[in-house]
Design a protein around this ligand. Structure first.
Ligand SMILES: [Zn+2]
Length: 210
């Protein structure tokens, strides 16, 4: 069922007017604007308003904007956008890919660049559980080097990688950078397109830049 917004004059699905849609003459986008809390830029950015008054920008594709404007998005788990659906958090990246509790529990949606706020479809992909674990760049609590798969070994550095539950040794290296280089080469070899993306460059010599 459609309804015409009093402010923008656009005809929209009643869902776009929010809960208790009979009560509202303005669509949710216009309601938020009047509150001084715009839902987004009307094109490819959604704004998450936090309690402390700050705002977080989430990037989406323009063809997802209308669909996303129906819900009230908030910042969740320290890295994602989500909305509360009867006490259940629906995450924006899953909503965009149409994978949620109703359509698929076991399917994971991964952010290719590791940025949970970049929800353009070109940055989202479906993956299985192992692949998702691979792309995780967060360090385990027992890590002593500050780098995944690198451990201090006396005064040298031990590199390793775990792929599908199997640990592969990548040797003992005199410097941490050499251990990191071995690890990153192994990530590309074993993880392929699911290897983590590093924004800082590792410089070993004139030639070796990973
Ligand atoms: Zn409107």
């Amino acid at each position: 069922m459609n309804k015409t917004c009093r402010t923008c004059g656009l005809e929209k699905d009643v869902e776009s007017f929010g809960k208790g849609s009979d009560y509202y003459n303005d669509c949710r986008i216009c309601q938020q604007k009047k509150l001084g809390k715009p839902i987004g830029n009307g094109e490819d950015e959604l704004y998450l308003h936090r309690k402390d008054g700050t705002m977080i920008i989430v990037y989406i594709d323009p063809d997802d904007y209308e669909k996303c404007s129906i819900h009230k998005w908030c910042f969740t788990s320290g890295r994602y956008a989500g909305y509360n659906y009867s006490g259940r958090m629906i995450l924006l990246h899953r909503f965009i890919m149409n994978i949620h509790h109703l359509t698929g529990h076991s399917i994971l949606i991964d952010h290719k660049d590791g940025n949970g706020l970049n929800n353009r479809k070109s940055n989202l992909r479906q993956c299985n559980v192992s692949e998702n674990a691979i792309n995780k760049t967060k360090l385990s609590v027992t890590n002593t080097s500050g780098y995944n798969g690198i451990e201090k070994y006396n005064d040298r550095w031990l590199a390793g990688i775990t792929c599908y539950g199997k640990t592969i040794r990548l040797g003992i290296h005199p410097t941490i950078n050499e251990a990191i280089k071995a690890r990153r080469e192994a990530e590309l070899k074993y993880f392929g397109e699911f290897a983590p993306i590093y924004h800082e460059q590792l410089i070993l010599g004139d030639k070796d830049i990973l």
